[in-house]
Write a protein that binds this ligand. Sequence first.
Ligand code: C2O
Ligand code: CU
Length: 506
Amino acid sequence: MKHGPLSRRTFLAAVGATAVAGCASNKTTSPIPVTSPEPGAIPADTTSASEGFNSLWIPPLLEGTTFDLTLAPSTATLLGGKDASTISYNGAPMWGPTLLMKKGDTVTVNVTNGLDEETTAHWHGVHLPAEMDGGPHQVIAAGATWSPTWTVKNNAATYWYHPHAHELTWPQLSKGAGGFIIVQDDDEAALALPRTYGVDDIPLVLTSRTFDGDAQIIAKTIYGDYLLANGTLNAEAHMPAQIVRFRMLNAEVERAYTIGFADDRTFWVIGTDGGLLNESAEVTRLAMVPGERYEIVVDLGSDAVGSVVTMQSFNGGYSLGYPGAEPNESGDFGSLLNNKTFDVLRLLVIDATADGVKNLPTSLANNALWSAADATNERTLSITASGPGAPFTFDVNDQLFSMDRIDQTVVLDTVEAWTITNNFIFGHSFHIHDVQFAIVERSSGPVPAHEQGWKDTFYIPVNEKVTFVAKFDDYASSEHPFMYHCHMANHEDEGLMGQFLVVDKA
Ligand code: C2O
Ligand code: CU
């Protein structure tokens, strides 16, 4: 099968109207529920949201091999139906276009910086040369355009792009800058999986934000008070009564999400950060830390048309150290969403589509993941801080991130095991650029089935040690480093980041 089903034509025909109406309805309906809507009532106009809800924003899809992105000031209709200033790509309210790429293609992205400060554009999870990576060294000055190009080598999966400028990731991400990358390949295309963008295949990015008295986003907040799904408050999606797919992304500053459904139904993880799992993993709860993606499928085939299924985050009952378990509702680490269960997305079930997926394929991929025995070199890092309240650092003599210091040098084509330990106060989200790895050991117990796929980001709880194995292949440079860091944007900006070179054999 070719890659046709997720074509622009399909997108325009099938969801263009929904997406546009979603945007428009943000402007005309109150985002705060004023009355309790009838459970299950389908609005007369099925492209608009039920009373008290807003249609989930579906970012427009761009495809081809040349993509144009412009990051500039924009607005999103958020708290109280008021316009909040955002920064976003190509005029989106928050969350810019989804870039659809085909494995094997050589792509170019022209990124124009329409802000009055510098930015970068990082392709999270994508395997490419360090100088195309968009880390803190590939600065795009205000008004400038940067045009990285690379050959898509990643597996079909969900990746994303976001600013990564030195000490600016946190505020720029908070204001709305980011977007999805969907890679397709022939193996994934051959499977009977939901694949109609915006209809049964939904990108879903979760963040939370806090607003000031004028309903403006407070850019450097750790935990937001209001959940935003694709930048939409009180989001509703109309989902056909069949198997549906969500490409989940936690793009929070710091909060972890424990995803599930209000009726505790089971669902299936089909893909991790860097590809499909060999087999789907059945779950009722799925924890995700900032930067992580999971592709999940949910079976709505037995749900009556007009019924409501609510996706929630079950963040209550964790001990301190879990990101978002802090008990306070205000203050630096406070939030109205902390340490409780809250709604993420309301799914209103509509008629199945003609060719809707009814059964999941039993086998999804043939990944040969690395094991500990494959590694020929080992490294250890520990996450620490000089004391409570001090910025977190990697243990290289307690040094904060420096643009001018190379922390690790890896020889091209080496398979390495990296062990990260965390014995200080708080959980983190570890992410490394360049590679997709296999998690081979967690000190707390077996690596869960849904983590046994290609990953680039993982949760490291306090008092845990995690080992992953990766091969650093294809791209060497004695000049341009890649990053590894905590993906909690505040920790990253405060210095919990290091850089490594991948160099040719001497
Ligand atoms: Cu999502 Cu270093 O990045
Ligand atoms: Cu951290």
